[in-house]
Design a protein around this ligand. Structure first.
Ligand code: NAP
Length: 310
């Protein structure tokens, strides 16, 4: 096993180089962290390797070589597979004691986060759940909001690396709490997006220029980051992801399952989940989550920005 060098910048590993993971890895490189990476589709690491990252053969090797090993994968089963595979993250931990801090920044079920943290603890390592908000823009700019559940001392060890990724790092509680707060985040983002879509469909069908609606609302109580970032995309009818609808639908499924376990009714979230389903049924699951407005447009018989028939 190659052990970690003890220079001032610890070796950081990133597993999962998708829309989020790749720019996050790049920010770690730019901050001076020696970086090892692994991705299921190796070609997606090419640009990072050219910039100085080292591509290794398996998640196990990442865990063996990195002091801080970050995963940024799609869904709970993906994180479970990458952790538990024979060549997975857990296999790369020391047999008895290991000071590696594992940081799962994917959005997954709180229950799975807690289970994996327990399995890491059996090997002497700490797993933090540290999902993020801020989207692909926040990932590129290093301005994510990172909500962390798990051991506070381990967070302090990981903090210098997380500071290269985000501008707000909040320790929100014990293992799984980060994923609970991320679920709260996804409720607000989903419902805000739905509200934005309803507002634009109504205003546009009434004959008002959509850009004027976005401009005016951005200066008042209806202003939001969703309006700012997704409003511009909607006006351009740019549905390239961003944040894939399939991933947001996955998040709302986590929210609703957690709500069912707790006996909490979330009628607004259930409605947005159904509108997401309608867009998935139309083959738009890989589109940006703002494609939600296209479901509303169909219900209204009006496309935002198309002049209404007099
Ligand atoms: P993405 O572009 O679809 O990337 C997903 C990554 O996970 C890819 O590297 C993919 O590898 C890898 N992967 C998926 N399943 C795997 C498996 N079974 N085994 C190994 N690797 C697997 O997704 P993303 O937008 O980066 O999102 C990643 C996570 O961040 C998700 O949990 C998402 O909910 C969350 N998130 C996303 C945003 C956003 O705006 N995009 C914002 C906040 C949080 P391949 O390259 O081989 O496909």
């Amino acid at each position: 096993m190659v052990r970690k060098p003890s220079n001032s910048r610890p070796v950081v590993g990133v597993i999962g180089l998708g829309i989020m993971g790749e720019p996050m890895a790049r920010n770690l490189l730019r901050a001076g962290f020696p970086l090892v990476v692994w991705n299921r589709t190796p070609a997606r690491a090419d640009a990072l390797v050219a910039e100085g990252a080292r591509l290794v053969a398996s998640p196990r090797t990442v865990a063996e070589q990195a002091s801080i090993a970050i995963t940024m994968l799609s869904d709970s089963p993906d994180v479970e597979a990458v952790y538990r595979a024979p060549d997975g993250v857990l296999a790369g931990l020391g047999a008895t004691r290991d000071d590696t801090v594992l940081v799962d920044m994917s959005t997954i079920a709180p229950r799975v986060a807690r289970e994996l943290a327990a399995e890491a603890a059996e090997r002497g390592a700490v797993l933090l759940d540290a999902p993020v908000s801020g989207g692909d823009v926040g990932a590129r700019e290093g301005t994510l909001s990172i909500m962390v559940g798990g051991d506070a001392a381990a967070l302090e060890r990981a903090r210098p690396a997380l500071e290269a990724l985000g501008s707000r790092i909040t320790h929100v509680g014990g293992s799984g709490a980060g994923q609970v707060v991320k679920a709260c985040n996804q409720i607000i983002v989903g419902l805000t997006l739905e509200a934005l879509g309803e507002a634009l469909v109504l205003g546009s069908k009434a004959g008002v220029e959509p850009a004027a609606i976005v401009e005016a609302l951005g200066g008042g109580l209806a202003a939001s980051r969703v309006l700012e970032v997704r409003g511009a995309k909607l006006l351009a009818r740019d549905f390239a992801p961003g944040f894939k609808l399939d991933l947001h639908a996955k998040d709302l499924a986590i929210v609703l399952a957690t709500a069912r376990e707790l006996g909490v009714a979330l009628p607004g979230t259930a409605l947005v989940a159904q509108l997401f389903q309608a867009e998935q049924s139309r083959g738009h699951g890989e589109a940006d989550n703002s494609t939600l407005v296209r479901a509303l447009e169909r219900l209204a018989g009006h496309e935002i920005g198309v002049p209404p028939v007099a």
